[in-house]
Design a binder for this molecule. Sequence first.
Ligand SMILES: *[C@@H]1O[C@H](CO)[C@@H](O)[C@H](O)[C@H]1NC(C)=O
Ligand SMILES: *[C@@H]1O[C@H](CO)[C@@H](O)[C@H](O)[C@H]1NC(C)=O
Ligand SMILES: *[C@@H]1O[C@H](CO)[C@@H](O)[C@H](O)[C@H]1NC(C)=O
Ligand SMILES: *[C@@H]1O[C@H](CO)[C@@H](O)[C@H](O)[C@H]1NC(C)=O
Ligand SMILES: *[C@@H]1O[C@H](CO)[C@@H](O)[C@H](O)[C@H]1NC(C)=O
Ligand SMILES: *[C@@H]1O[C@H](CO)[C@@H](O)[C@H](O)[C@H]1NC(C)=O
Ligand SMILES: *[C@@H]1O[C@H](CO)[C@@H](O)[C@H](O)[C@H]1NC(C)=O
Ligand SMILES: *[C@@H]1O[C@H](CO)[C@@H](O)[C@H](O)[C@H]1NC(C)=O
Length: 578
Amino acid sequence: MLKLWAIAAVVFATVHGELLAPEERDTAPGGFSRVGPSPGDKILNLRLALTPNDIDGLYDSVYNVSTPGSPRYGQYLSKEEVEKFVTPSADTATQVGAWLASNNITSLPLTAAGEWISVNLTVDQANQLLSTEFSTFRNVETNHTVERAPSYSIPNTLKTRIKSIYPIVTFASSASLAIHIVERNTSTGSLTAGPNRPVASVSAVCRSSSTWSPACLQKLYGIPSTPAKPAANVLGVSGFENDFANNHDLKSFLPQFRPDINPNTTFDIISIDGGVNNQLPIGAGFFATFSIQNTIGLATGVSVAFISTGTLVSDDLYTAYLDQANYLLSLANPPQTVVNTYADFATATMSESHISPQVAESICNAYAQLAARGVSYIVASGDFGSGVPGFPVSGNCTPFDASFPATCPFVTAVGGTEFTESEDAETAWTSSGGGFSNVFQRPKYQDAAVEAYFRTVGANTSSPFNVSGRAVPDLSAINLGLGYFFGDLFELGSTAISASIFASMVALLTNERIAAGKPGLGFLNPLIYQNPAAFNDIATGFNTGCQELGFNGATGWDPVTGFGSPSYVKLQEISNQL
Ligand SMILES: *[C@@H]1O[C@H](CO)[C@@H](O)[C@H](O)[C@H]1NC(C)=O
Ligand SMILES: *[C@@H]1O[C@H](CO)[C@@H](O)[C@H](O)[C@H]1NC(C)=O
Ligand SMILES: *[C@@H]1O[C@H](CO)[C@@H](O)[C@H](O)[C@H]1NC(C)=O
Ligand SMILES: *[C@@H]1O[C@H](CO)[C@@H](O)[C@H](O)[C@H]1NC(C)=O
Ligand SMILES: *[C@@H]1O[C@H](CO)[C@@H](O)[C@H](O)[C@H]1NC(C)=O
Ligand SMILES: *[C@@H]1O[C@H](CO)[C@@H](O)[C@H](O)[C@H]1NC(C)=O
Ligand SMILES: *[C@@H]1O[C@H](CO)[C@@H](O)[C@H](O)[C@H]1NC(C)=O
Ligand SMILES: *[C@@H]1O[C@H](CO)[C@@H](O)[C@H](O)[C@H]1NC(C)=O
């Protein structure tokens, strides 16, 4: 099947010499199988990413407003200021519009700046317009089908004007809510001490791996339990693909784990693409339910909003990511902190190799705009360790494959740690997502930290990872958490938990600043890389990819735990001085 696909691409390239293929891939990623040609009358909804007029100006502004010590630190841009950077040039808008119109295709802008436009057309029309042949592919795990093509062509004159047409060559997952369930004990729901452990800064009860309750996390990371002062500050918790946050489960969680706060505490709902928060009698979603309990249970007194991006427009996760970011950008005052815990979809389809580089860049540019607006966007680094190239495992364990959007340089990626029987301190979690991007260059803020790591391990260009790529994660936190799901106590391991712990800390720090009349912390990475001492270095442990060793932990930054786990007190000292 894949060979036939490749031949089709070559034929088109030869016949249409004046056309250019902006994106292509030679094989469908593992986990998808070709069913046959797409039906000609099937309607496709495609999105065109047009070239922004000054993306370097946007990046420059992001660093200027996010780097402590810069004269413009904290002077976040308005919606209109950001849009000026990403609006396509008038020529681009005109020429792309004329090309579509000459093919009887109408487009609609998806954003105020117009850097994304959307078109509807039939498969027959698309095959002709883009000199390609769409095929139907089946996700072997979910049986969900998608229409995709190995490559497509656009007139050469548009090559600098259209960055990408999505999702022709990109294979995103549709919802498949697998997660690592560590252990389940429904008999009592009470907390019991684990096996004997040496005494460390947190009690043995905490260190027994099943008891990472809010009280233990407060102790471990120095997170205050006193309610945050009233402030116009919001922590946004992402929900995608009909993964819902259950109200009843939150009501069960609070009296047990936070008896000191009002059990009636609720959260707001921000709805995108028909997103709702169904309270299904059979239960709730994993990520949403745990993230809501972790954030309300840790960011005491901070307003939490559940950002539910529905499947009205598409059930593909990358579309949902884009729609979420664009919606937040359309707000005059987006939430200051947003956590996206979905990078660890257990099918590994969130691996960076599933997404076309142009699409990854275009979505990452939306995160760069959020960074310019002063939003701290925090993501899980994934639960696949050093990653596997394709899924199911093909037998080749290298090169390693990091997960997107963690690899976007404008988000903060959080990996996982744990306590093991023999350790009295945190160690790397073997499934902590980490590694190096094949799409995004290493940003300057990482140079010193990553080069020091390369010197330690003797990395070079023949290493099974990309030494020039954006390195992940930036930091890490405990990956285990407690919560209620289907009404029962579940114990889960995921960087989703780690990311929601860190996001809660950031929301509390941000709240202190806003209550004191200061701007929020915005895009965090320049601050993090200037202040490695604000993190508890984790030099032990390793991660794996397809059952083989991936990366080892190391002193200083490493691609398993980043700089290590956060200290609230140290981050607070830094934040107070800004
Ligand atoms: C960023 O700051 C530098 C140095 O202060 C300045 O030269 C540059 O113009 C700024 N860039 C933007 C887009 O504001
Ligand atoms: C566009 O529509 C016009 C009028 O219906 C028709 O004559 C023309 O052939 C169409 N062009 C394309 C490229 O379909
Ligand atoms: C494409 O179709 C959807 C619904 O089917 C509609 O909401 C949208 O406006 C259409 N887009 C364009 C560009 O016509
Ligand atoms: C997918 O389809 C196959 C064949 O029809 C069936 O055996 C399998 O159970 C389906 N899987 C799911 C997840 O629906
Ligand atoms: C669940 O907890 C009860 C009471 O502490 C204990 O007896 C039982 O062994 C536990 N079950 C599992 C599967 O750990
Ligand atoms: C929570 O809500 C219930 C039902 O409305 C009410 O009886 C109770 O007093 C509330 N608790 C607090 C602490 O506000
Ligand atoms: C390595 O990463 C860079 C971006 O930093 C990219 O341009 C290059 O293609 C990547 N190399 C491979 C082999 O994927
Ligand atoms: C690259 O690193 C490997 C071990 O990681 C080592 O065996 C090899 O000699 C190094 N190559 C160069 C050119 O330094």
